[in-house]
Write a protein that binds this ligand. Structure first.
Ligand code: KIV
Length: 264
């Protein structure tokens, strides 16, 4: 696999070639993911739940993400590395710039931030200074206490319009990628067709440009019940490298996610 850059992902979108993303946190798994030709590794703040055992992502700090980013960097030879900015680490543009610098210096090639219109000034400031940004809309887990739980977002037309508008504003502000989490398939399809930047879905149906899962979920490591949008690839494969390759191939072929992993 060639070394993956933003330009690679942009070209893949324009050629209608789907790509895959996994959230992972250590060098060994990052190496296997990279060897399975999965284009992007996300050091997600999901590590607060699947590695640290918390019931939300809120306890995760910039130091935790920086530590795991440095570890992933050792293994991810060709995949692009995105680091999540944790809860309240980008509450102001100045904080975002300081903390993004720590994550980029730890080995990230892009940072991911959760939120809509209020983030446009920050996205502009980061991208102007050479920090690529992945935006994240829909179910943004750092706002679980506002949402009152992990619920599908954008089912009513007013909220769907807000998500559509925010997606366009974030693209205009300079975002390079967008994650859409737990939104109806039709809304994700519409936003993917409207935006020029690649859209990565999780629980957002089969029509986005890419799919992301948490590696611990798709390898059956997560001990508690996993969300309906995930799939345990180790059940159908004999070892971890084969499970990772199966995920990449199913995404590329448009076979994952199926209807049972998606929301109406
Ligand atoms: O933290 C994470 O792993 C994420 C993905 C699930 C998109 O944000």
């Amino acid at each position: 696999m060639r070394t993956i850059t933003i330009q690679t992902l942009q070209t893949m979108k324009s050629q209608h070639e789907k790509f895959s993303v996994l959230a992972a946190y250590d060098a060994s798994l990052a190496q296997l993911i990279s060897e399975a030709e999965i284009e992007v590794i996300l050091i997600g703040d999901s590590l607060g739940m699947v590695v640290q055992g918390h019931d939300s992502t809120l306890p995760v700090t910039v130091d935790h993400i920086a530590y795991h980013t440095a570890a992933v960097k050792q293994g991810a030879k060709r995949s692009m590395i995105i680091a999540d900015m944790p809860f309240m680490s980008y509450a102001t543009t100045t904080q975002a710039m300081d903390n993004a610098a720590i994550l980029m210096q730890a080995g990230a090639q892009m940072v991911k931030l959760e939120g809509g219109e209020w983030l446009t000034e920050t996205v502009d400031a980061l991208t102007q200074r050479g920090v690529p940004v992945c935006a994240h809309l829909g179910l943004t887990p750092q706002s679980v206490n506002k949402f009152g739980g992990y619920k599908v977002q954008g089912r009513d037309s007013e909220h769907a319009d807000t998500i559509r508008k925010d997606a366009l504003l974030l693209q205009q502000a300079g975002a390079d990628l967008l994650v859409l989490e737990c939104v109806p398939t039709a809304l994700a399809k519409d936003i993917t067709a409207t935006l020029d930047i690649p859209v990565i879905g999780i629980g957002a149906g089969p029509y986005t440009d890419a799919q992301v899962l948490v590696a611990y979920d798709m390898l059956g490591i997560t001990p508690h019940r996993t969300p309906k949008f995930t799939k345990n690839y180790l059940l159908e494969n004999t070892d971890i490298p084969a499970a990772l390759r199966a995920f990449a191939l199913e995404v590329k072929a448009g076979l994952f996610p199926a209807e049972e992993h998606s929301y109406k």
